[in-house]
Design a protein. Sequence first.
Length: 143
Amino acid sequence: MKSIFCLIISFIILSSCSKNSVDNKNCKFLLDLGVNVNINLSLPQYSQLPFAGNSVYIANAGNAGIIVASTGADFFAWDASDPNHSPNACSALIPTGLEGTCGCEDKNKYSLITGQPLESNSLPCSLKNYRVEKNGNNLLIFN
């Protein structure tokens, strides 16, 4: 009787799981590139990151670079390419504090804390997120 009960519970749990993939066809502009970046917070170009409300752009990683943002307690890393545009010369985000703005005519704005669009509810895609781990004075950014 116990084995049947365990089998039923297992089936319910497994059938209730869902994929974490994006089903919206408009959110397929960004490539799923391997990212493994280590930054030293002691270096001058990253010295403002330990303070809340700051962000930095890191070139040559991800689709159009990576933006790392700090709340003072946590660090967030996002792909710098606007997910609502096909990659082109203007689609890279420009970080300002805890916001990133697309360089294209529509000037899409995103939160660098949540990754969500800020000004338009009609944008279907949010920013591509990367994992961040702090180890001493280093940040490891990866996917």
